[in-house]
Every structure is written in C-alpha cells, then in structure tokens.
Design a protein around this ligand. Structure first.
Ligand code: HAM
Length: 423
C-alpha cells in the first residue's frame, strides 16, 4: 500500500526547506539583536500544562491531541509554545536569574486538530519568543518591534499591526461582568460555543468566528480601563510611535487563548493570497500564567509567528530569490576505477569546497550534463594520464580555461582562481 501524509500534515521538500531555513536564519539574527536565547521543550507534556480549569479556547477544548498510555496520566502534543516554555521557566527556577526578564525563544512544531485549509494545518511550525519576569510597557513595545522589524526586513509590505488591551485584572473582571449582563438577554441568539463562553469567559464571545458580524456582538459595551491599565496602554502606544511602528487599535481583538491580560496584538496579512488565514503572528501579555504554573507572581509577554503562513505571504510577495543549485566542484571520472576520484573529492571537501562526483562511470557527456545541472563552478577531469601523473585536469566553467594541476597544489590553485575572479 502506498501511504500519503496524514490530513493536515505535509512534507517539507528540499526547496521549501531552504526557505524555512532562510526564515529561521533571519529570525535567529533578530533573536541575537534583541538578546533572546533559544530553548527546546518536549513535543508532548502533561495535559495540565495546556489545559487550565474553565478554559474556553477552541485550542484547549476542541483541538488538542491528547493520549494516555496507562489510563493514569494524560499527555498532549504541544498545541502552542508558551505553556511549555513557562512550565520550563518554573521547573528550572529561571525566575531566580540575576538578570530579569528572561528572554526565551523557540522554533518548534505544534499540533492542533483543526479543519485543514490553506494556511491552517494540524502540524505547523511556530517561531516564538517569551519575555518573562517583568511588566513594563517598554518590553511590550520591544516584543512587538522584534516581530514587526523581522517581517519588514524579510521584505513583507502587505501587513498591518493590530493592538488592543484586555486591561489589568481589575478592569477585566469588571468588563466580564458588564459583558455577562449585556449578553445574557441574548443568550439564545448566541452560538453554542458562545453560550458556554458566556458563563466561563464572556470576553471570548467578542472573538466568535460564527457570529463575528452580528449586531449583538458589534454593539457590545467597550471595556472601561482602570487608570493604571489605561496609562499602561498609552505608554505602549507611545513607545510604538517612537519606534515608528504603524498600528491600528482594534477594541474587539481578544485573541484565541485564555491566558492574555493587558496588551494583545496581531500582525495580519492584507495580501489576497493569504485568504482567510491571514494572521501571520499574534501574542500578548500574560500576568497570571507563571503563577498558575506554580511559579512566582510575575508577568510575561510573547508572540508566535506561523511559519507556513509567513512562507505563503513571502512567496506571494516574491521576497525569496529563485532557488538555483550551486556547487564549487564536480569530479568527472573517466577511469574504470573510482579510488582516485574519491580521494580527490575528499581533498576538496576537506578544504571547504562543495563537491560532487560521478558514481556510475557514465560517459563524459553525461557527466558534463550533471555538472551543468548542479551548476558546478569547476569541473575536474580524471583519466588514466592524470592518475599516472598525480594530477587533475581543472576546467573553470566561467572563464572556460583548462589546465593540468598537481594534486598537492589543487586546492591552492582553486582558491587562487576564485580570488582572481572576485578581485
Ligand atoms: P496563536 O494565535 O494561537 O498564538 O498562534 C500564533 C500563530 O501561529 C498564528 O498567528 C498563526 O500564524 C499560527 N498558527 C496557529 N494555528 C495554526 C494552524 N493550525 N496552522 C498554521 N498556522 C497556525 C499562540 O500560539 C501563542 N502561544 C502566541 C504567544 C506567545 N502568546 C504569547 N506568547
């Protein structure tokens, strides 16, 4: 039987993989610039790491891949990066670090049992950061800046930054009450999930995917921020202005996960290729998550970029250069045995030159074709005479010059030719 990938998963073929690596390399440069260190947490954790009591998010209630091997413990494949990083932060008592906040980052696979479509898979990759240990609008602005300038440096232009505040604990508590009072008379008109959210977390009704355009939701009361929550948000916006990051304040942006407090943000693609899955990345502050995980009462903030969605947009905007294979050397072997050619290839590689050789003893023409397909800069031809004289015939495919070179002088000669050419 010929198998195919499981629905919602996909193979990253070499050309796409190069693009993923390109994105990861640029992201890692930004991690360096802003002082983040990468960490790796397990692909699966105890379910409790992700699932908190009264959680109303779709991710936790419907989309987690959970399993048990002994009917005692329940495990879950990581649906997002933040919870595992915070678990690790608490487990390893990183809050004791002399230097807070602790800045952690990850590039990892996530798993959610969602209905697959373009830009939405069941296995996908997130590049994320978490800045844990301090609550300060400077940090909120810096976190948004890292993500924003990363996608701008990548070359994306059709994006917009949306921000909002979910207030501090006091304003949010009051707002939940206001929303409960407002939505209760309309309970029967809300979708099934929102009826449930009304009891557990009415804020998430504002993020309803089913009734997003309904007047009931559109006319919902706005949050009344406490003075300090309002001042905090004003400071975040002020710092974004200083950094010249354009943004839209969207007071219905509540995000799809339950742990957020204060600042939340999303970067949305406005390119038609992105379709309905247009959120390239999202994140926000979480005041209570560290404490809920058994750590001290400290706040964190972070975001995660969906790499597949980023790739779709980057391809649509044409930011990737066309992939063209290229190697330094191709060894053409015309002798019946391959030992000498094998030795030559290894000498080249030991000196940092990328090299491929013929494995099959094919005709000269066929081997030349291979060297052209691989875009070899130099072709090294080996026949009986070269082996006897301990030489190779070196052909520079750019200048078309050909010469006989002693084996012990080969790599110096190639370095010389490269140097001369680029001078
Ligand atoms: P999230 O909004 O659930 O947030 O996911 C972040 C990003 O991951 C989304 O904007 C999207 O690009 C991508 N993504 C989510 N689900 C899928 C999917 N099924 N297929 C493809 N891409 C997807 C979080 O996960 C938070 N942990 C972010 C965060 C970090 N908040 C604070 N720190």
């Amino acid at each position: 039987m010929a198998y195919q990938t499981v629905k919602g998963t996909y193979d990253l073929l070499p050309e796409k993989m190069l693009r993923f690596n390109e994105l990861s390399a640029l992201f890692r440069q930004f991690l360096d610039l802003y002082g983040y260190s990468e960490i790796k947490t397990p692909v699966f954790e105890y379910t409790g790491v992700f699932k908190k009591e009264n959680d109303t998010s779709d991710m936790v209630t419907k989309e987690m891949y959970s399993f048990s091997m002994n009917d005692k413990d329940s495990f879950t494949l990581r649906p997002e990066g933040t919870a595992g990083v915070i678990r690790s932060f608490v487990e390893h008592k990183m809050y004791g670090n002399a230097e807070l906040p602790v800045k952690l980052a990850y590039i990892e696979e996530m798993f959610r049992h969602e209905r697959p479509q373009k830009g939405r898979q069941r296995q996908f990759t997130q590049m994320g950061i978490e800045c844990i240990g301090d609550k300060n609008p400077l940090i909120d602005a810096e976190v948004i800046a890292l993500g924003y300038f990363f996608v701008k440096t990548l070359g994306l232009s059709s994006i917009k930054v949306c921000i909002n505040t979910l207030g501090d604990n006091e304003s949010r508590l009051q707002y939940k009450k206001d929303l409960t009072d407002y939505f209760t008379p309309y309970k029967d008109q809300l979708c099934f999930d929102c009826q449930n959210r009304l009891e557990k977390n009415p804020l998430r009704i504002l993020d309803c995917k089913v009734d997003h355009e309904s007047d009931i939701i559109k006319n919902a009361p706005k949050m009344k921020l406490t003075e300090s929550a309002s001042a905090y948000f004003e400071q975040v916006k002020n710092y974004l202005d200083v950094l010249e990051i354009p943004y839209i304040v969207d007071d219905r942006l509540v995000r799809g996960l339950d742990y957020y407090t204060d600042t939340v943000f999303e970067v949305i693609s406005t390119h038609e290729e992105s379709g309905s899955q247009s959120t390239i990345f999202g994140g926000g502050r979480y005041d209570n998550l560290v404490k809920e995980m058994g750590g001290p009462d400290i706040s964190g903030i972070g975001f995660a970029i969906g790499v597949e969605r980023l790739c779709i947009l980057a391809e649509a905007e044409g930011v990737f250069e066309e992939y063209k294979p290229q190697i330094d050397c191709y060894v053409i072997n015309l002798f019946e045995r391959a030992e000498y050619a094998l030795r030559v290839s290894e000498i080249l590689r030991n000196n940092g030159l990328t090299c491929e050789m013929d494995y099959y003893g094919r005709s000269l023409k066929a081997q030349f074709k291979s060297s052209e397909r691989k875009n070899a800069r130099f072709v090294l031809i080996i026949g009986e005479d070269e082996i006897k004289e301990n030489t190779v015939t070196l052909k520079d495919t750019l200048t078309r010059a050909q010469e006989s070179v002693k084996l012990e002088e080969l790599t110096d000669r190639i370095d010389q030719l490269l140097e001369d050419y680029y001078e």
